[in-house]
Design a binder for this molecule. Structure first.
Ligand code: HEM
Length: 157
């Protein structure tokens, strides 16, 4: 959805880098920040069921940069939470796909980047179909009505 990114052969994930490595086709920057929408009960359940990144069997990954609309950012926090969870069930739905999928959310909006979020997921090849199903469900939610650019990049090693 929205403009794609130029095709690249390989992707490097660099921790702590602040600029693009020389010769890169494109580079995206994000920081891991605090949770904005998660309530205490959800936080506990997520912590109990989330696997860590870097599992040897997780040979597939998805990098999905996402930008939401100005209309989303203009909403008060509690309305964003209501759309995100009470109406779209982002957490409740996604929890069913744990522990197959490891994830990390990076925030980019306040860095002046082209996307608001860099979402990152790792899973085993056998769990890719389940991951696709989850992505399709999320894309059909009210929350995604506010997504104006999304690029779905799949990786394998
Ligand atoms: C694998 C299972 C998943 C789980 C457990 C999960 C869980 C969460 C949680 C708890 C948050 C809220 C973080 C906060 O409080 O700030 C969040 C935010 C987000 N997730 Fe997911 N998620 C999953 C899959 C996905 C997928 C597949 C996508 C993209 C296709 C996605 C895109 C996002 C985005 C863009 C946000 C930021 C929303 C915002 O701040 O407006 N998530 N996710």
């Amino acid at each position: 959805m929205g403009a794609p990114l130029p095709t690249a052969e390989r992707l490097a994930v660099l921790e702590g880098a602040r600029a693009a490595p020389p010769g890169a086709t494109w580079a995206l920057l994000g920081v891991v920040g605090h949770e904005r929408y998660v309530e205490a009960r959800e936080h506990k359940e997520l912590a109990a069921r989330s696997p860590s990144l870097g599992r040897p069997e997780a040979a597939r990954a998805a990098l999905i940069p996402i930008r939401k609309s100005e209309a989303w950012w203009a909403l008060p926090q509690e309305e964003r939470r209501a759309i995100f969870e009470e109406r779209s069930r982002h957490i409740a739905t996604s929890l069913k796909y744990l522990p197959a999928v490891a994830r990390r959310l990076h925030h980019s909006r306040d860095l002046g980047e082209p996307f608001d979020f860099l979402t990152w997921f790792e899973f085993a090849p056998v769990d890719e179909a389940g991951f696709d199903e989850l992505v399709a469900m999320l894309r059909a939610t009210d929350e995604w009505g506010f997504v104006e650019r999304e690029v779905d990049i799949r990786l394998e090693r």
